[in-house]
Write a protein of this length. Structure first.
Length: 526
């Protein structure tokens, strides 16, 4: 095990999620690509982030925009070539940026050669690489499992008379992790990318790899409205199986075998913080797991403070991960900030001052909001929006607006982007770059302040929580956040003001009290 500070570079780091198709289009086809990302690396370097996580870059038919992988060791031709990816790794390294790829081990594309081979018949050599079952005794699907679209998670393969499992689209058949050959195949995938300098993986559906060996029915959900329930069912047997931890122990052994250990960041879609802690193991599984209870919290002082306090208590020294936006859940300025600039500034300040690792989603640095994508322009294949009970995910996947020119600096002026680019309510990246009071300027200052004071997993202390404000200490900083629509006069520890989310307070010595404006956050040095 590597214990040096350099080998645990992610602790205290800021990672930046790049949804590659919407970041920058270099070849003018309306889709973002690796070459466009290379051209924009200086933006990320200037922002001060430590690493970037790329949305899926592997070959795919794109029935779920890359989350249906057809080749785990290649590069999607619409995004670039292996040479482009290698150039990206080198260009990022020269800027001290680590690069994480998205790994999808729960399922493959139905076009993956493994599944194509598996469909050749019940005796096909790779048949058992996937989850197959005979029809129920009375006919129909083997059990009651539901996929992400709300339909049966089973599709009948007419040629063989068996059903195959897909917890997502029917073009995304689930792998059978009870098969040792699947374990061996993914060990090779990890080594393939780690040997090429990839710093780690964000692991898709990290909570879902193993399924119940007996394929028992999922029970009714105690809370059908819970974000972990599937249309009224609790996925007790179709996901969250304890055997999954074995996979991460295997992978951690591989990750730690490199001189600079590779990072395993899990999409741990759980709302139970004790269960979240279990994915870290005894520091022998994932090094990081996404904290969805924090992201789904109400933007209110008591709610957020409670999640932060319990997270740090449950993790027991392991590194927490904080994020407020991503490609599935939407953008924090809309969900938390009601598209209001001051609320968004306060939320960004709070997020970047928490101990552990922070993940920004592309556009967070300029308070990019959700975009209302007309139905005729929507591209989300999961069709969640068509059911009326889940928001269409396209709203948070639209192109980043770099400039006010035609094409938005994302693509060529005459080209129609793959999703419509909504206007940035607080200015394009270029506009904000030249404004010392912009959200972008605030984000840069926050990242720099974080790097200067919050190395590793900094010590945290809750000072006070009220209905409309929260004050906490992290390392030698004191952070006070107003959630109120009116001014608040607070007592603050002696010290000096380092930063205000409003960007118009001059740093300097503090009096015993400080009047916070509505939805203002301040950071003080003790």
């Amino acid at each position: 095990m590597h214990d040096s500070r350099a080998s645990r570079w992610w602790e205290g780091a800021v990672l930046y999620q790049v949804y590659v198709r919407s970041f920058a289009d270099a070849n003018g086809d309306g889709y973002g690509d690796l070459r466009g990302l290379i051209d924009k690396l200086d933006h990320l370097s200037e922002l001060g982030v430590d690493g970037i996580w790329l949305s899926p870059t592997m070959p795919s038919p794109d029935t779920d925009w890359g989350y249906d992988v057809a080749d785990y060791t290649g590069v999607h031709p619409e995004l670039g070539t292996m040479a482009d990816l290698e150039e990206l790794l080198k260009a990022a390294e020269s800027r001290n940026l680590r690069v994480l790829l998205d790994l999808v081990p729960n399922h493959t594309s139905s076009a993956h050669p493994w599944f194509v081979a598996a469909r050749q018949g019940r005796d096909a050599p790779q048949r058992d690489w996937y989850v197959w079952a005979d029809p129920a005794p009375g006919g129909g699907p083997p059990n009651n499992w539901i996929d992400a679209t709300g339909e049966s998670a089973w599709t009948l393969d007419a040629a063989s008379g068996q059903y195959y499992l897909h917890n997502f689209l029917e073009t995304q058949p689930d792998l059978n992790w009870w098969n040792e050959e699947v374990h061996a195949a993914f060990r090779e995938v990890l080594s393939h990318w780690f040997d090429r300098g990839v710093a780690g993986f964000r692991i898709d559906v990290a909570h879902g790899l193993y399924k119940d060996a007996e394929l028992r029915d999922d029970p009714p959900a105690a809370d059908p409205a819970s974000r972990t329930s599937r249309y009224g069912l609790e996925p007790t047997y179709s996901a969250y199986r304890p055997e999954t931890h074995r996979v991460f122990r295997e992978w951690r052994h591989i990750a730690d075998s490199y001189d600079l250990p590779r990072l395993l960041l899990g999409e741990t879609w759980v709302l139970d913080l004790e269960r979240l802690a279990s994915y870290y193991g005894a520091d022998d599984e994932l090094q990081l797991g996404f904290n969805f209870p924090f992201a789904f919290s109400d933007f209110a002082a008591p709610s957020l403070a409670a999640v932060v306090g319990e997270t740090l208590s449950r993790l027991g020294g392991h590194c927490p991960v904080w994020m407020a936006s991503n490609h599935d859940i939407g953008r924090f300025p809309t969900r938390w900030g009601s598209n209001d600039e001051q609320r968004s500034r306060a939320a960004l300040t709070l997020l970047l001052m928490l101990p552990g690792t922070v993940v920004l989603y592309y556009g967070d640095e300029v308070a990019m909001t959700d975009v209302d994508v007309p139905r005729e322009l929507q591209r989300d294949p999961m069709t969640w929006g068509n059911r009326g009970d889940k928001p269409i995910r396209d709203r948070a996947r639209t192109p980043l607006v770099w400039t006010d020119e035609p094409g938005g600096g994302f693509t060529s002026p005459a080209v129609r982007p793959w999703l419509p680019a909504g206007p940035l309510p607080f200015g394009s990246v270029e506009d904000q770059r030249g404004d010392p009071h912009s959200v972008l300027a605030l984000c840069r200052h926050l990242v720099a302040l974080r790097h200067a004071h919050l190395g590793g997993v900094a010590a945290y202390e809750e000072i006070a929580v009220a209905d409309d404000w929260w004050m906490f200490a992290v390392a030698d900083l004191v952070v006070a956040v107003s959630f109120a629509d009116h001014p608040l006069e607070l007592e603050v520890p002696a010290g000096r003001l380092a930063l205000s989310s409003c960007c118009d307070r001059a740093p300097g010595a503090l009096a015993d009290t400080l009047t916070l404006r509505p939805h203002e956050a301040v950071v003080c040095v003790r």
